[in-house]
Design a protein around this ligand. Structure first.
Ligand SMILES: NC(=O)c1ccc[n+]([C@@H]2O[C@H](COP(=O)([O-])OP(=O)(O)OC[C@H]3O[C@@H](n4cnc5c(N)ncnc54)[C@H](O)[C@@H]3O)[C@@H](O)[C@H]2O)c1
Ligand SMILES: [Zn+2]
Length: 338
């Protein structure tokens, strides 16, 4: 089967049935699966043919300790350079697995079966992997492309509604960055319909993967265009730092609505386009009001080491389907939002 996308020449992304495709992609190799107990229980048949290492769940296990545990487990299993590491799971499992595979015996081949919407449209594609350190996200890691990624929309059936909805925020984000037609299609649908309609969901996943793959193709290391993928993320990270109330995609929805408002205030888009962005997020059941006072979020944003100085570099929509990195004065933001 031909991949739907090829990233950086070697990394093949398939939007397809994992049970059908996986055996062919790993062929006769020794495979060690890394997954968590939930996914292991739900997808026993897929995982059963291979050796496996179970890890815990949640952001708190994305640490060097977990990496060390997996490495020790691989040593105990006698895994060697020819062993193939396969992550079956969401972004946590794939970020950790990609990192372990990059360092175990100086590097093994690896691949992902991505099982969350966020994983399929974002975390699994692009070659960034790593773990957190002392609460700082993704402090340790590298860029290594997986040999393949399988995004199987059928596996999203079992995903809790909240995770599904949060993943939709990333699809809306991608459509604002680079797929106006998908944005319009989403405007005509509902969350329930997206969960039911496999063809539509597959198209939405494909659209977001295409936007990401094309950008990563031009700029793997985030020296230029890859920054566009951070639409809505500067504020989202501040929200995630300030409150446990929102998971990542939920915070991205708020961040996206706020930057649409900033873009409208700066005259980069008209207010009708801002309203469409906000309305689509709300239509999909996402909250767009900040869960913490904007004044607090702006303080967190301006304390961030990456944004020293008088200005912030924000990704702002110039139209639905087109974004740019724009320099915005922190003082100006404070006047608007505090
Ligand atoms: N590498 C990148 O470029 C990149 C990009 C975006 C996000 N990320 C990372 O991704 C992580 C978040 O990933 P996530 O949102 O996928 O969360 P996650 O990996 O924690 O998965 C969410 C939960 O859903 C469960 N789950 C997974 N698939 C399921 C399924 N099909 N059915 C039922 N339950 C299922 C998991 O057990 C888990 O408890 C963060 O650590 C973030 O930093 C990485
Ligand atoms: Zn994100």
């Amino acid at each position: 089967m031909n991949p739907d996308f090829t990233v950086r020449e070697t990394s093949r992304v398939y939007i397809a049935s994992a049970p059908e495709l996986l055996p062919e992609l790993v062929a006769d190799r020794r495979v060690v699966v890394i997954t968590d107990a939930t996914i292991d229980r739900l997808y026993q048949d897929l995982i059963a043919p291979y050796e496996k290492i179970l890890i815990g769940r949640g952001e708190s296990i994305k640490t060097l300790q977990t990496v060390e545990q997996i490495v020790r487990h691989l040593v105990a299993l006698g895994a060697d350079r020819k062993t193939f590491l396969l992550a079956v799971g969401g972004g946590i499992v794939s970020d950790i697995t990609g990192f372990v595979a990059s360092i175990y015996m100086r590097g093994l081949s690896f691949g992902f079966v991505s099982t969350t919407l966020l994983g399929q449209v974002d975390a699994s594609v692009g070659g960034k992997n790593g773990v957190n350190l002392d609460g700082f996200k993704n402090m340790v890691g590298c860029f290594t492309q997986p040999e393949f990624v399988i995004c199987d929309p059928a596996m999203l059936q079992t995903l809790p509604e909240r995770e599904f909805r949060a993943g939709m925020a990333e699809i809306v984000k991608s459509s604002i960055i680079g797929d106006e037609a998908m944005f319009e299609r989403l405007e005509r649908t509902t969350l329930a319909e997206l969960r039911r309609d496999r063809e539509l969901l597959t198209a939405a996943v494909r659209s977001a993967v295409r936007v990401k793959a094309e950008i990563v193709e031009r700029d793997e290391r985030e020296a230029g265009d890859r920054r566009l993928l951070n639409l809505g993320h500067t504020l989202a990270h501040a929200i995630e730092k300030s409150t446990p109330k929102m998971i990542h995609g939920e915070a991205v929805a708020v961040g996206t609505a706020v930057v649409a408002d900033v873009a409208a205030r700066m005259g980069l888009i008209d207010s009708a386009q801002r309203d469409r962005i906000c309305a689509l997020l709300v239509r999909l059941g996402l909250v767009i009001a900040p869960p913490v006072a904007m004044s607090k979020l702006l303080k967190v944003m301006t304390k961030d080491k990456k944004s020293a100085g008088e200005n912030l570099h924000l990704v702002l929509p110039r139209a639905i389907g087109h974004c740019e990195v724009v320099t915005v004065e922190k003082q100006q933001l404070a006047t608007w939002f505090m």
